[in-house]
Design a protein around this ligand. Sequence first.
Ligand code: ADP
Ligand code: MG
Length: 333
Amino acid sequence: MKIFKRCKRWICPGLAAALCMLSLSGCTTHQDPVSRTDILFDTVVTITLYGPGQEELLDSCFALGREYEQLFSRTIETSEISQINAAKGQPVVVSDDTAALIEAGLYYSELSGGAFDITIAPLSSLWAFGEEDASVPEPEAIEEALSHVGYQQVHLDGSTVWLDDPEAALDLGAIAKGFIADKMKEYLLSQDVSSAIIDLGGNVLTIGCRPDGEAYRIGIQRPFAEQNELTGILPVEDSSVVTSGVYERYFYEGDTLYHHILNPSTGYPYENNLLSVTILSPRSVDGDGLSTTCFALGLEEGTRLIESLDGIGAMFITDDYEIHWAGEHPALE
Ligand code: ADP
Ligand code: MG
């Protein structure tokens, strides 16, 4: 279970002695992190790199994020996803990255038997979570939107994409951040960065471990609580930690909470006594795909799915605030 091994164990005694000697002689091995926070894809993005002179790498990471936003956004009219959505069923040629993202989205749509569905767009636009005047849509409008949802109508042939139903549309929001985090990590590794944290709105991906050889300590927010109130801390290295929760985007109408993970069979938010699902995985695209998928499948079916996969851990929090683990995971601190 390599991803959860602590780096510190790998420091050999000789190297440890050398590091001690360096600090005794007044040199320091400590490297101040450089960190930047900005808004990308409607979320707060923070990237932290350990090591000197890495401001330019931060510039490039944020530039990369913006490029992907221009390709994948459902609300930017010129994006490749918007072009597919506006094509009325006609084929559209897209970049390799967009094709790869759609392929990953189709993979999770099939794996979940349609509980996760990248053609959720007509419904997610209708519900408009995150917008100020979001409210429960009329049943007729939900029925109409539902009739255009179904991932089976998405066709990907190389870099050509088309949808059978001219009114259908793609929403890759459940998986795009994970995909982009992996691309940022790939870029940073190519620049010899060995220690970093990429945090795309709580979708966290780490590179290596901390410069002091310890695992990163990733806080898991307590559902509905202030950001600094934690369910616990997960020690991880070289791993992705992604959470999907009802408390991320929701509104109340009467006493009922309506949240942003929608059931493609009913057109309404999933009601399954889950508050959140956190996935630990090597790749963030899988963490993002699986966090939404497991939320959609619910505790029992989600647990079965995780147990059938290698090297993935899942923490489900039910509405009694109990934690239920599945798969491979470090102890929660
Ligand atoms: P977040 O984007 O808040 O981190 P998720 O990764 O769980 O959370 O993605 C939720 C988003 O996915 C929704 O805002 C919507 O755009 C989209 N979505 C909603 N329901 C589904 C679904 N059943 N299948 C796939 N995508 C969905
Ligand atoms: Mg997700």
